[in-house]
Design a protein around this ligand. Sequence first.
Ligand code: NI
Length: 173
Amino acid sequence: MAELKILTFPDRRLRLKARPVAAASDRLRRLADAMLAAMYAAGGVGLAATQVNVQLRLLVMDTSLERDSPQCLVNPEIVDASGEVISEEGCLSVPEFTAEVSRAQRVSVRARSIDMEPVELELDGLAAICVQHEIDHLDGKLFIDYLSPLKRRMLRKRLEKTERASRPEAVGL
Ligand code: NI
């Protein structure tokens, strides 16, 4: 699969809602591999298929310090959430911008593996934040949607002026 391009805000395609994956396939596995490669190349900890213009409910993440624990979740759903944590988030689709976002501290996730085997995960810390952020992407939602409208408008103006080629590496989810 060719190298994937990560869409950036305010691209309207980031607002599309992804549909569930029906069955495992080589195409799905190749997509997940290409998404992991794009995520690692960009220095991100997570990437949703929506961000590479594929409207399927697939996300990849690696929240390990060693960057050696890739995870692929298909059709992920949060079935339980508790606590609250505020953290500084970034996003590969919103370059050069971070903001404090409030999320659930712990989540229970029901999903499928890349081979469509049922998976249940109990996540906290960065992994819990990341999975909430990526599932938002699959629903066409960005972390900046949690900011005030004024802050969002200022960000949009700034990004529209930014030359893409000149942007530094973003820390992104
Ligand atoms: Ni993101």
